[in-house]
Design a protein around this ligand. Structure first.
Ligand SMILES: [Fe+2]
Ligand SMILES: [Fe+2]
Length: 151
């Protein structure tokens, strides 16, 4: 990994852009869950979108854990370390939540009630994800702003 130099606003922008991309994917899945007309016919499409989101999340988390953004924030502002550690610890649970939902929808035709439940689970998952990303944005922004004298 190349060391992160003063072009960091680019990297910060990259993290924020990824968060927006994930947010858009989650929004279109929420819409797909909300429309229950012939939803079983769309099961494969929804599963594909969920799988896609899962893969994006996995690589996104990996980048956050090993890409240096968080380490860089800590290097700039050591008191952020506990907040960074706490937010990184949430990654496995977030992936597991999505995996559980995929497993339930993969088992075969899904009853109307089960679709409602799945929709609610996805809503909860998205809310947790948004909270997670907000914490990350805050950590990264604090680290960079202070260093750039923006605080
Ligand atoms: Fe994250
Ligand atoms: Fe993130």
């Amino acid at each position: 990994m190349a060391s992160i130099d003063r072009s960091d606003p680019v990297i910060l922008g990259h993290v924020l852009a990824e968060h927006r991309d994930l947010f858009n994917r989650m929004q279109s899945l929420k819409t797909a869950f909300a429309d229950r007309r012939r939803i079983n016919d769309r099961r494969a499409t929804i599963l594909e979108a969920l799988g896609d989101l899962r893969e994006h999340l996995r690589t996104h988390f990996e980048l956050e854990e090993h890409g240096g953004f968080m380490e860089e924030s800590i290097a700039r502002m050591p008191r952020l370390a506990p907040a960074v550690a706490a937010v990184m610890r949430e990654h496995p649970a977030l992936l597991a939540e999505l995996d559980a939902l995929v497993a339930r929808l993969s088992a075969g035709d899904v009853s109307a009630e089960a679709w409602v439940r799945a929709g609610r689970e996805f809503e909860r998952f998205s809310a947790t994800m948004r909270e997670h990303e907000r914490s990350e944005n805050a950590v990264v922004q604090q680290g960079y702003n202070e260093d750039l004298g923006l605080d």
